[in-house]
Design a protein around this ligand. Sequence first.
Ligand code: AMP
Length: 571
Amino acid sequence: MSLGCDLSILEELTSNAKQIQDDVLNKILKANANTEYLHRFLEGSSDKELFKKNVPVVTYEDVKPYIDRVANGEPSDIISGEPITTFNRSSGTSSGNQKIYPANNIYFENLLFGYALSSLLVSKHVDGYKQGKVMIFRFTHQITTTPCGLPIAPALTSFIRRKSYSNMAKSSTSPYEITLCPDAKQSMYCQLLCGLVQRDEVVSVGATFPSVLLQIIHFLENYWKELCSNIKSGNVSDWITDLSCRDSVSIILGEPNPELANLIENECGQKSWQGIITRLWPKTKCIETIITGTMSQHIPALDYYSSKLPLVSKVYASSEACFGINVNPLSKPQHVSYTFLPNMSYFEFIEVDADGGTTGEIADLVNVKLGCYYEPLVTNFSGLHRCRVGDILQVTGFYNNTPQFRFVRRKNTVLCVDVEPTTEEDILKALARATVVLESSDLILTGFTCYGDISIVPGHYVFYLELKAKVNNGANVLQLDNKVLVEYCCVMEESLSGIYRRLRGKEGSIGPLEVRIVQQRTFDSLMEYFVSRGSSITQYKTPICINSTEALKVLEDKVLARYFSDRSPSL
Ligand code: AMP
């Protein structure tokens, strides 16, 4: 991918962060001072101090009425001096409510810049990366429109459909036309077929988020025989009816190649799929997918399938803005930090205490303090001003004069059945400890989510797990050991917060933690459910906690067995 420059731009940006942030704010205020929204607070001024004094810190819900008015056909200048050309639909999978964020050209140029810069960093750290191909799975989705005809799509769909992305796609094993295919199944099949045929060139395997990568491995488990038969005959299966997919995959498939087909059959036919990625794509140097935040739940499964190749989390971005990139792409998952890019948007940070409560102090990008926790606020070029992002980050260091942040968690308490504020981070820590129990009995976790069941008193935590045996016993039946799974529940409880353990033990206001084992591929069905409701496959992240009754039904219909903790956790 070419950025038309080298990594010196990173040095320039991070050395001059303060000046660049001031310039960005100045530019935004000049362009937006006369919007209906800002005029209420600034009366046409573009003064930075007045902005800080008068413009309120808001949540999405606060500005939603303004966004909806633009979506319904009123002029963009209600919120933005630059015309709004599209809306980014965020994933919003835990509650089932999706948000739409106004966007324009600048948003997509920023995203391109972030991706391109992070790819330059990967090629600096991974030998041979530039010379090889990346097998990155990306999908596009149907674009809907607002009542006034503006497009609404997941940000990555709009991004991929732009001409500038097609350049970025040149280093990929998947031809651009396949990424554009609206049928996810055909696209997945063809992307895999192209990746298999070009296996010797692949240096990196990935997808934006790991839930998709794992779904692709499941898909391969179902389709490897058919894929091999296509490679053997040199003909693409008849059910690939999308013409541009068919044409572009046929070119890559070329002549019949029984030798390659036999080799793939031999690998896929083995009892264990441990290391399948490196076995099928032997020159792969890294897995490019985001494994910070809730995505860390997928690390054990990715390690299993990739023989522990480095997991590279490149970018931290959202529907509101591109925030930062990982300047040490090979750092271990627990050490990944994102260096904010000061030219992307104007960033401020509300300090939060260890429990997530706001202290009220707001710092500029360059003034955040090492070790402190913050929620970012975004002021962007498409109508958001001091809008809370809802993520909690911790400052881990500085790159030149620009802070680096560890992604800690989403802000809100995710589980609460009494008064305990259990956060995403609490759950992920407990999950990491309990996963050791599974691994010691040769099971791997391939899907995880939870909810707080308050339909009976006392309420209790329910964790849904999809498991897979490390070695296939031939019958494809999962052997579940009661002792192991009860121990799993107990270790989870032992690893939760002191408040949880007190309420669960001494006070008895929380009931025993429950684990429900679901059938294989349940988490693929969950993803399909969310995608059918408008989520993007490319942006899909398995929600750590589910509140939507319909989504819970998808899981409930597939429960195989239930286990409960059989003792109170220690205090
Ligand atoms: P969306 O707007 O649907 O793209 O979701 C954006 C959200 O995804 C962010 O606010 C984060 O909570 C999460 N996210 C995005 N990138 C990362 C990352 N690198 N690490 C952890 N979480 C991320």
